[in-house]
Design a protein around this ligand. Sequence first.
Ligand code: NAD
Length: 504
Amino acid sequence: MKLAWAIAVSGGGKTMNAITEIILEDADLFRQQALLGGDWLGAKSKTVVDVINPAKLGVLGTVPNMGRDETRAAIEAAAEAFKSWKKKTHADRAALLERWHDLIRQHERDLALLLTLEQGKPLAEALGEIRYGASFVKWFAEEARRIGGSTIPSPTSDRRILVLKEAVGVCAIITPWNFPNAMITRKVAPALAAGCTVVIKPSEFTPFSALALGVLAERAGIPAGVINIVTGMPADIGKELMANETVRKISFTGSTRVGALLMKGAADSIKRLSLELGGNAPFIVFDDANIDLAIDGAIASKFRNGGQTCVCSNRILLQTGIYDAFAAKLASRVAQMKVGAGTEEGVAIGPMINGAAIEKIERHVADALEKGAKIIAQSDLVPNGRQYARPIVLGDATTEMLLASEETFGPVAPLFRFEAEEEAIAIANGTPFGLAAYFYTENLKRSWRVAEALEFGMIGLNTGMVSTEVAPFGGVKQSGLGREGSQLGIEEYLETKALHVGGL
Ligand code: NAD
């Protein structure tokens, strides 16, 4: 069944502006209920949360505003399902994940549309995210078959020692709005592969992508209760996830502020934690860099998702000899960037997620200009509308500016100047964050020196891309704990048990 969208752009439930070209082929993917123990339910309180389309600022739909009771019920459902899910063979779990992956790929267009409608990013990027998200399901279906233990030579001849790997148990999965699909699959796929069951709390801004993944998981045959999705405002749901002793692990992607709060809340029951938190990525271009490669990398790493990614270049550090040429080339690319609704043709940057995001961007730009930054270029291809941010290149940025110390999370490219390699490294490392860093050089010795000196979990050397299912993703310092993707990702959902067998 098809579903055509009509978004109310002014309050009062009146549909003022029907966007008729937006059609879901499979209307069943659009769910406005939460998933608890295999049942699609509303909130006990009967209250809902509006989900806003950031391009038109109209209501896209609603989801139940659930609280502690529903969260507890979801945890209990996950605990019940865990009893049989952990006993399935690895091959059975892998087969179900493969089926889930195939369904995600079959419905990728609808999933991308839903993602763009609730999150804003251009449709082509949304499709890229769905494929990236699906890649984790495929990868961890494969990894499920490779969970193995080991044997250890015993200190006495009458004993044997085995190391077993077992599922952690019920996991809470808390995800942000900027990647509403992939941040879920990156956690849920390894959890399920390991034999864990999950309670997902998606961002209140982007719950529909999560719920659509739930529909497809059901269709794939993943049993009821293995995946539960609780929707609503975060405070009460978070309290239950932190306090409930049945939850053995919290895997969180989001801000460092909320990550710290969850870490404290998890302390009383000593839960395991994976935290993927904020970043403040430096993008360093040395005089000896391939400038065109660096420009492509800067565009990709700075402006993807309108600058709203944790691995986005936040600070572009240019060596004096290359500063002017790089600034001129970047300026001409940025001036041509088209901003608009993610569903429109040719749009490079969609709307920002909400008004607070726009305010932060404006505050950072105003602060930088006040402290001496200069506008080198900006795009004029920006529609009127409260939630559109103008892509901008700022020259003469300094470390005293707000945008040097905080994530701007918008399409603002500040250019900092440096003379010596050590100076660039000191500026790059001069942040409490350590997620991603990028640098460009054609010098082999410098490549090794700088890669080893940067205090970050992921380094892009002559590339602006560090996200793939095959490599470990995660940060150091205040950017988090643990790694996702790669062979390491599944370890986060496995306990180690030493079995000592005596009397032989
Ligand atoms: P956020 O921390 O505000 O929210 C993230 C999630 O936590 C949401 O689901 C939110 O509802 C929930 N949450 C908020 N308060 C909570 C509480 N008291 N208890 C339980 N849950 C609570 O972050 P955001 O604004 O959604 O996302 C942007 C941030 O995420 C940025 O800082 C970005 O760098 C970071 N991020 C990091 C990665 C990474 O892999 N390191 C990836 C994407 C985004």
